[in-house]
Ligand binder design. Structure first.
Ligand SMILES: Nc1ncnc2c1ncn2[C@@H]1O[C@H](COP(=O)(O)OP(=O)(O)OP(=O)(O)O)[C@@H](O)[C@H]1O
Ligand SMILES: [Mg+2]
Length: 316
């Protein structure tokens, strides 16, 4: 296996934060109260991929929804805040925005691809209309022609033929639907994308293709990503830094390579050890040499299963 590479982002990665989460706490006000997120502080730097790892139920999705204020009762933010730092130098505290401002800012500055997102496409509306809807809502001044052109461009950007604009969601594979969701999240060229298990329901070949696409788009467009999954090997491949979450708290944050080679927290060590594939040639899973390895893996897998089916609807 290739020698371990240093963790690094693309050349566009600067140390300036684009999003700061400060001491955020979120409870589910049920009996007994669930302290789902406890005093979480995080910094997302411009253009980086920050992986958020942790076992099921540790609070990853709650944190993601909390950052963009999409929580519904019984969830309640009990402390802390999330601040978006715009390229223009303005700070936007999400907690201080009114409902309208929040709606406008949300998709424009920070977009999301949520767990099982591909199943949230409206089944009776074409892909074109659903994509166009983002522009109609957020760019009302845009002409119809421009909108149509942009929608086609977006689909192609995520590797789906623009001819599919006329399709209804059920006519697409699970992988294609997930790509449509990613296209939708890219539509307004946000500076941050929060992706919560964006590929978990997909078979491994499609998952790899989409991950490569996300990495390529990130390099090209320079947005930052919070990438959430319980799949630690995958996170180690695509992340610049990783935060490990347990029981609602961040227990360790570090560069992916450091976290892999020299985990500081006992829980991180256990998490790493729970993936047998990680315990072999240490260092081989870190980004850098990943593209070559993925290509090799995919070639082997594709040979073994030339028409690997997608696992539609299998959402964790
Ligand atoms: N609506 C709710 N009411 C009460 N408790 C909830 C609710 N939603 C989530 N929880 C609890 O909050 C905690 C965090 O859940 P969350 O969905 O954020 O975890 P997660 O890390 O995203 O898990 P997974 O990897 O399975 O998606 C869990 O203990 C969960 O049971
Ligand atoms: Mg979740």
């Amino acid at each position: 296996m290739t020698a371990p590479s240093e963790t690094r982002g693309p050349s566009s990665v600067a140390s300036h934060p684009v999003l700061t989460v400060e001491n955020l706490s979120i409870d589910y006000l049920v009996d007994p109260v669930v302290h789902a997120v406890q005093d979480v502080s995080l910094e997302l730097r411009r253009g980086e991929v920050l992986g958020l790892a942790g076992e099921s139920g540790c609070g990853k999705s709650t944190l993601a929804y909390g950052i963009v204020r999409l929580l519904k009762p019984p969830a309640a933010i009990t402390a802390g805040r999330a601040v978006f730092h715009s390229r223009e130098g303005t700070d936007i505290d999400w907690g201080r925005l009114g409902p309208e401002e929040l709606r406008a800012t949300r998709w424009d500055k920070i977009s999301m691809v949520f767990q099982g997102a591909m199943n949230s496409l409206n089944p009776v509306i074409t892909v074109r209309e659903q994509l166009e809807d983002v522009f109609v809502t957020h760019r009302p001044e845009m002409s119809k022609e421009e909108r149509r052109r942009r929608c086609g461009d977006l689909l192609e950007r995520v590797g789906v033929d623009r001819g599919r604009l006329r399709a209804f969601p059920h006519e697409l594979s699970g992988g294609m639907r997930q790509r449509v969701m990613i296209a939708m999240a890219l539509a307004l060229e946000p500076q941050v994308m929060i992706m919560d298990e964006p590929t978990t329901a997909l078979d491994v070949v499609v998952q790899r293709e989409i991950l490569r696409e996300i990495t390529r788009l990130r390099d090209e467009l320079g947005f930052a990503v919070v990438f959430i999954t319980h799949d630690l090997p995958l996170l180690l491949e695509i992340s610049d830094r990783i935060a490990v979450m347990r029981g609602g708290r961040i227990v360790e944050t570090g560069a992916a390579a450091d976290l892999y080679r020299d985990p500081q927290h006992e829980y991180t060590r256990r998490l790493l050890a729970s993936f047998p594939s990680l315990t072999g040639d240490r260092g081989g899973f870190i980004r850098g040499d990943v593209d070559e390895r993925l290509l090799a893996q995919d070639a082997v897998r594709t040979e073994a299963a030339p028409s690997a089916p997608t696992t539609e609807g299998r959402v964790s």
